[in-house]
Design a protein around this ligand. Structure first.
Ligand code: F6P
Length: 359
């Protein structure tokens, strides 16, 4: 067997651990593995491919990012292509299929988020034997209880909240921290609880800024004298709009979210007259060493993807359905955002801890 492996969409800690697991498990079966660079670009331009050997994957288990490179503008069904001086959108998916055949590949492992897995599904329907591996720090993919990268992101935010506590307390300040997660509140919720936040704003619960200020006032009234607010980038005020930093451009799947922390901090300062600062953790949440949990999950996903290929089970995605890694069809997994259920124990727990959602 000769298989390809690619990473698409935004990077996240644990991608290299999946690549390593795919390569190791395949080489142990006597297969050959080809790394496709920058999403599927390597299938359009076969100079962007490389054989992956044991030497290539040595020492990458704990390294963040992806040795194959990635892009979130790499949808071959809607690719930005230069024509003279103009940039046009073209469907180059047939060329990808040609590239796959030219490289004499028997199967392809596509590691990515919902966007990449939707592309994987479309190529499976075009005849490429594909297995998907879900990744994202946002934890928003349906069908799998968790994705690797999420635990690392939550750990980074929790560490930041620990650090902010000491400075906020010293200065009797309110600190507003903006975290990633796109349209889901998983990162904000999990890190907010673990990091002892007083207010958590998530997309699933539109907030009222006056209720947020009530919590801030209550903290100072009770002589706590500081307040930590975690705001998911995708949260919005009741009846308000998403905070958008950059509109979606032609090749991109989503607009770039951002700006909520500044807005909340300005409003809290104006309404409560308390000294307030804000910060945006941004891509720090996606970088660096994956946690033990993420390395293990990523390795299990990679090995399981190879087992699916061995069994000829294509058009599927590996998923954590405890206690095991199972396979679910790409059809069932993509296009369904996994938001935080409002009746989940984690929301109830947060409320029991006195955390305000601003509702
Ligand atoms: O999906 C992962 C993610 O980090 C989101 O949490 C965030 O909204 C987005 O990607 C940022 O995208 P970019 O890498 O284009 O800045």
């Amino acid at each position: 067997m000769r298989i390809g492996v690619s990473t698409g969409g935004g990077d996240c800690p644990g991608l290299n651990a999946v690549i390593r697991a795919v390569v190791k498990a395949s080489l142990n079966l006597g297969w050959e593995v080809i790394g496709i660079e920058r999403g599927l670009e390597g299938l359009l331009d076969t100079r962007k491919i490389r054989h992956l050997t044991n030497k290539d994957i040595a020492g990458i288990l704990n390294i963040g990012g992806t040795i194959l490179g990635t892009t979130n503008k790499g949808n071959p069904f809607r690719m930005e292509v230069k024509e003279g001086r103009k940039i046009v959108i073209k469907d180059v998916s047939d060329k990808v299929v040609e590239g796959f055949k030219k490289l004499k590949l028997d199967a392809l492992v596509m590691i990515g988020g919902d966007g990449t897995l939707s592309i994987a599904k479309a190529f499976y329907e075009k005849g490429i034997p594909i297995v998907g591996v879900p990744k994202t720090i946002d934890n928003d993919i349906s069908g799998t209880v968790i994705t690797f990268g999420f635990d690392t992101a939550v750990s980074v935010v929790t560490d930041a909240l620990d650090r902010l506590h000491t400075t906020a307390e010293s200065h009797q300040r309110t600190m507003v921290v903006e975290v990633m997660g796109r349209y889901c509140g998983w990162i904000a919720l999990n890190s907010g609880i673990s990091g002892g936040a007083d207010v958590i704003l998530i997309p699933e619960i539109p907030f009222d800024i006056e209720r947020v200020c009530d919590k801030v006032r209550e903290r100072y009234r009770k002589k706590k004298d500081f307040c930590i607010i975690v705001a998911a980038e995708g949260a919005k005020p009741k009846g308000g709009e998403l905070f958008i930093k950059e509109r979606k451009d032609i090749g991109k799947e989503h607009p770039l979210l951002g700006g909520i922390a500044k807005w909340v901090a300005d409003e809290v300062r104006r309404r409560t007259k308390r000294e307030t600062r804000y910060l945006v953790l941004g891509h720090l949440q996606r970088g660096g060493t994956p946690t033990t949990f993420d390395r293990l999950l990523a390795t299990r996903f990679g090995a399981s993807a190879v087992r699916l290929i061995q069994n000829g089970e294509f058009g599927k995605m590996v998923a954590l359905i405890p206690p095991d890694i199972e396979a679910i069809s790409l059809e069932d997994a993509v296009g369904k955002l996994k938001t935080v259920p409002l009746n989940s124990d984690i929301i109830v727990t947060a409320r029991q801890m006195g955390i305000s959602f601003g509702d």
